[in-house]
Design a protein around this ligand. Structure first.
Ligand code: ADP
Length: 164
């Protein structure tokens, strides 16, 4: 059984994340979505809210793909989280060149901590590539329309949080 770990903040989960999750399901038997606590990022949604949103969004995908999907909050080192959940593959989405430098360093350092864990990069469909949670939150806060970037339940949660 091949287990992959897809870590992120998911504050909130976007159509970009969902596209990467769908693609990941084709590669592994079990996909663990690691939701980072990330207090430093000052998340808009609490860990519990983010986990619940991810769980609701992936239920259908698990059924469609036959892949087991578990949602796992974590606060420790990514490599330790991978060990905890039995993952041998780390899945990451790559957007623009800006993501590359950080990801390049992460792979290099993670590999020195555990050479048996491989990182796999996936690209979302071109229409989802520019989506970033940070920008979705900014647009929502300023009253813009983010319905092209998130699902209807996440849109409702963003409207709720961003005020009238
Ligand atoms: P963000 O950077 O949007 O706040 P996360 O920290 O939750 O998102 O990112 C988790 C993972 O998902 C990272 O590997 C990130 O590169 C990837 N990801 C996020 N949005 C997209 C997207 N639109 N296309 C491809 N990958 C993405």
């Amino acid at each position: 059984m091949r287990t992959g770990l897809y870590p992120g903040t998911f504050d909130p989960i976007t159509l970009g994340h969902i596209d990467i999750i769908r693609r990941s399901c084709a590669l592994v038997d079990r996909l663990v979505i690691g939701v980072a606590i990330n207090r430093d990022k000052g998340p808009m949604f609490s860990l519990e809210e983010r986990v619940a949103m991810v769980q609701a969004e992936v239920a259908g995908l698990a059924e469609q793909s036959g892949t087991i999907i578990d949602v796992h909050p974590f606060e420790n080192l990514l490599i330790d989280c991978a060990h905890d959940v039995g993952a041998t593959i780390l899945l990451r989405g790559l957007r623009a060149v800006a993501d590359f430098e950080y990801e390049y360093q992460m792979v290099g350092m993670n590999r020195q901590m555990d050479a048996s864990i491989e990182t796999v990069f996936l690209m979302a469909d071109v229409k989802y590539q520019p989506i970033a949670s940070k920008l979705v939150k900014e647009i929502a806060r300023l009253g813009g329309d983010v319905s092209k970037f998130v699902t209807p339940p996440v849109l409702a949660a963003l409207r709720d949080r961003s005020g009238p």
